[in-house]
Design a binder for this molecule. Sequence first.
Ligand code: 13P
Length: 208
Amino acid sequence: MKPLIVANWKCNPTTLKEAKLLFSRVKKAGGIICPPFVYLSVLRANGAQDCFWEEKGAFTGEISPLMLKNLGVKYVIIGHSERRKYFKETNEIIEKKLKAALKAGLKPILCIDKMSQIPKNTKGLIIAYEPLFAIGTGQACSIQKAKRMRTAIKRAAGITVPVLYGGSVNAQNAGEYVKLAGFQGLLVGGASLKPREFIDIIKNVCYG
Ligand code: 13P
């Protein structure tokens, strides 16, 4: 399987103009780009950062997995630690979202930082190991620890479940997580907002 390199733009950028410019620079490199919802349809991006657990109805402000699917989105990040922290998403909520995303035909990327966040049923999931201390800090996880966690996640979730690494990934360290620690790909935050750096990450991992 070709490594999956996923860009999580988080709540950036603040104008459509910037979003278009960033997207136009990175789209050919072949990653999964997850912009904020408001830019999805204009950019025709292949990834989203979250979704709701119902298909439709009276749920003001929510975006359903079916809407994403019908827009051409293929992947959806679910359970990111920022959603757990700022929006109080629990494992229970996250499992409802995972089920709904799978039902709609999306590929969910479940973010975890500990083993207790792995659901019983992992069929169809991609899991991203994102240790809290490494997110947005510049303190990427050591390759040894990341490798140990990858092995533990595979053991718990099943060998066929793809496991990605996320947390302070940059063009220098990206290749090691895939080539030395054996991850199937990366989930990239800050560095995905810098087109040159993001393209270098893809190059280093896929062709380096
Ligand atoms: P950074 O790459 O900015 O550390 O963010 C990681 C992340 O949270 C990706 O989902």
